[in-house]
Design a protein around this ligand. Structure first.
Ligand SMILES: Cc1ncc(COP(=O)(O)O)c(C=O)c1O
Length: 386
């Protein structure tokens, strides 16, 4: 099951290889899993032009491997355009300045306009982001197709008028949200946009966005594409046949491909402390009821601890009480010198790194030992703040 969370047993040899790294914490990425998934997606949805959402995992060395697997990149800021290098890009920043648009045009990006006013600034092949208004998924603040969403334009008569007015407008883009969006909601949106596309002769391209939900619990793995892709083939077959259907997945490709390995620095009662907290797990620490990661405890020699679980809390190093990775989780007894392994951190974890307390970001390594991002130093922190 390529898109299910990999078992801890499959990670253990890769983690053990990395344990001689003296750092108190590091992120490990399984590049092969990412490449395998990209290749599989191409086979599972033939004809689609897949892109990878850079925001999920913005490491240039990984992006290069994704591009080499035949993917485009989806960039949502000028910084992400820079990270894309020479790759073909879809540019869909929610807010675009004139400079952003000029930069994207220079890169021959396919730009998704988020509003009619943005169309006034674009002069080459563009899509219009529409809001299919299918309502919220389980996580409201990562749901983007709600009636009051800040994204896109409503589906009404103005859409067809825009296609008549702007000859460079060639297609429709929509995105329902990221995680917490069930496949039925994704399908409802696809149907709405397909109906709209049928009524506008100029629509040659469709971008169905990302948002395929992933399973973060090994106990309940389920692969969303199995339910989703057959329906997409049905609804948008014409666009797949002509090679004019884009996707923008991030989490579905990368979430399971990363782990945090952090040494336990101290233990106070039932609280174990490590050196990464809400800075590396922004959403998780601030909205714990919405986000979850499996956590495993290793002995100092890298063996998996499986003593009788007791409720324990794992805390980070930041100066606020909510800086917790889990609270009263049933885990084997944690001791100083053990390692905490937080699973499934490959998407939207360190890419959201927070500068609060100015803690340096740990290094990011491939499981083959490749350095993907150097550990930050105090000089890096000084440069950031000066
Ligand atoms: C426009 C757009 N496309 C694609 C994505 C990727 O979503 P996911 O990583 O959930 O597939 C996002 C993330 O929110 C997005 O905003």
């Amino acid at each position: 099951m390529l898109f299910s969370p990999p078992s801890i047993d499959s990670w253990l040899p890769k983690i053990r290889e990395a344990l001689n790294n003296a750092a108190p914490a590091m992120f490990l990425i399984d590049q092969d899993l990412i490449v395998k998934r990209c290749k599989a997606l191409k086979e599972l949805l033939p004809g689609a032009r897949h892109s990878f959402a850079i925001k999920a995992l913005p490491l240039p060395k990984i992006l290069e491997q994704i591009v080499n697997s035949g993917f485009l990149l989806e960039a949502a800021s000028s910084g992400e355009i820079a990270l894309a290098g020479e790759a073909d890009i879809l540019f869909d920043a929610p807010v675009k300045t004139r400079d952003d648009i000029e930069l994207a045009l220079k890169k021959n990006a396919i730009i998704s306009a988020d509003s009619y006013s943005e169309l006034e600034m674009i002069s080459s092949k563009a899509l219009l982001r529409v809001n299919p208004n299918v309502g919220s998924g389980a996580i409201a603040y990562t749901s983007t197709a709600t009636v009051d969403s800040k994204f896109g334009v409503p589906i009404d008569d103005s859409v067809a008028k825009a296609f008549k007015k702007y000859s460079f407008l060639k297609g429709l883009h929509y995105h329902v949200g990221s995680q917490g969006i069930g496949v039925p909601l994704l399908i409802e949106a696809a149907k709405k946009v397909s109906e709209l596309a049928k009524s506008i002769i100029e629509v040659r391209y469709i971008n169905i966005g990302g948002g395929l939900p992933v399973s973060y619990k090994r106990s309940e793995s389920k692969e969303a594409h199995l339910e989703y892709f057959p329906v997409i083939k049905n609804i948008f077959g014409k666009y797949l046949d002509s090679g004019n259907l884009f996707t923008e997945l991030g989490r579905y490709i990368a979430a399971h491909a990363g782990v945090l390995v952090a040494r336990v620095i101290k233990v106070k009662g039932s609280i174990a402390y490590i050196t990464v907290g809400a800075d590396g797990f922004v959403r998780e620490a601030y909205r714990p009821s919405d986000w979850y990661h499996d956590i495993f405890i290793l002995s100092p020699d890298g063996s998996l601890k499986n003593s009788t679980p007791t409720p324990q809390t794992i805390a980070g190093p930041l100066c606020f009480s909510g800086d917790l990775l889990c609270t009263n989780r049933e885990l084997p007894k944690i001791e100083v010198g053990d390692f905490v392994v937080v699973a499934d951190v490959g998407a939207y974890t360190f890419s959201m790194w927070s500068r609060y307390n100015s803690r340096p970001m740990p290094g990011i390594y491939g499981v083959d030992g490749a350095l993907l991002k150097k550990p930050e130093t105090s000089e890096d922190i000084l440069r950031f703040w000066s």
